[in-house]
Write a protein that binds this ligand. Structure first.
Ligand SMILES: Nc1ncnc2c1ncn2[C@@H]1O[C@H](COP(=O)(O)OP(=O)(O)OP(=O)(O)O)[C@@H](O)[C@H]1O
Ligand SMILES: [Mg+2]
Length: 259
């Protein structure tokens, strides 16, 4: 899917020689701390950003030379909230159906299918601003499904949600994959979630992919019991629940001083 992608922002290399092969119908996770380059990688794959070098094919189309075909084949839920709080859920869906070019004759059916997939029926007439975080995420995923994407990109879909809301979002993502065969590419810094919900994972750190495999392959390759430990083993650093990283060595030094 991606071949030797490089993205630079001035002196910073945010994505440094990233290559990925993502299979049809899998839930693929990009796991890494804040600033690892996850969002930047998604922005290249969704045609929003041109790489300095490298290439990528999404749903069989080249992100550089055939961006329109890529866009027609994908759904993208960005990291920042994107639903309009001043509109009801139904109005948000109608708006997205129009802007993503869903043919008028198919709008009602497509909206109904997305509502069913994300279980939004009871809240269609409520203003999005009155939604909980989990409902909002499901509404946003529903808007990204209106063009029946082959590949759905979700940037930190469960960040800031309580455990129940997270489970509901994941349950709907798995149902979508089972029912429509959608390929899902998801970023997260939540190790436990990545381990439970992704078929395969790429661990990213400082723009590079430092390891890749199924959760169980990653654990057994490093002889570790948790992905936290795998991350520490490959990068020498630890990742916090909020996605921040810290240097294991400096932590140990502090611990020694305190002890
Ligand atoms: N438009 C931009 N201009 C300059 N630097 C940028 C830009 N976008 C991202 N960066 C930098 O590129 C690096 C990678 O950022 P990116 O947003 O891809 O990380 P991330 O893995 O998604 O992190 P997070 O978990 O915080 O979302 C960071 O150092 C960031 O500051
Ligand atoms: Mg990000």
């Amino acid at each position: 899917m991606a071949d030797s992608l490089v993205v630079r922002f001035d002196a910073l290399t945010a994505v440094d020689d990233v290559s990925l092969e993502i299979e049809c119908g899998e839930v693929f996770g990009l796991l890494g701390p804040n600033g690892a380059g996850k969002t930047t990688t998604l922005r290249v794959l969704t045609t929003l950003l041109k790489p300095a070098s490298g290439s990528a094919l999404v749903a069989g189309f080249d992100v550089g030379s055939d961006a329109l075909s890529v866009r027609a084949s994908i759904g993208y839920v960005p990291q920042a909230l994107s639903a309009d709080g001043g509109l009801t859920a139904a109005e948000n869906l109608d708006f997205y159906a129009r802007v993503t070019g869903v043919p008028r004759a198919e709008r009602t059916a497509r909206i109904a299918a997305a509502v069913e997939a994300m279980e939004l029926e009871p809240m269609l007439d409520r203003l999005a601003r009155t939604f909980s975080g989990g409902m909002l995420r499901r509404l946003e995923i529903a808007t990204a499904l209106l063009n029946r994407p082959e590949v759905l990109f979700l940037d930190e879909p469960t960040v800031g949600l309580d455990p129940t809301a997270r489970e509901l979002v994941w349950e709907r993502v798995h149902a979508l994959r089972a029912e429509a065969g959608t390929t899902v590419v998801v970023t997260t810094h939540l190790m436990e979630e990545a381990e439970r919900h992704c078929d395969r994972l790429a661990i990213m750190d400082a723009g590079r992919i430092v390891d890749l495999g199924t959760p169980s392959e990653l654990l057994s390759r490093h002889g570790e019991r948790s992905l936290e430990a795998v991350f520490r083993a490959v990068t020498g650093r630890v990742i916090s629940d909020e996605g921040r990283i810290s240097d294991v060595r400096s932590q140990r030094r502090v611990a020694r001083r305190l002890g």
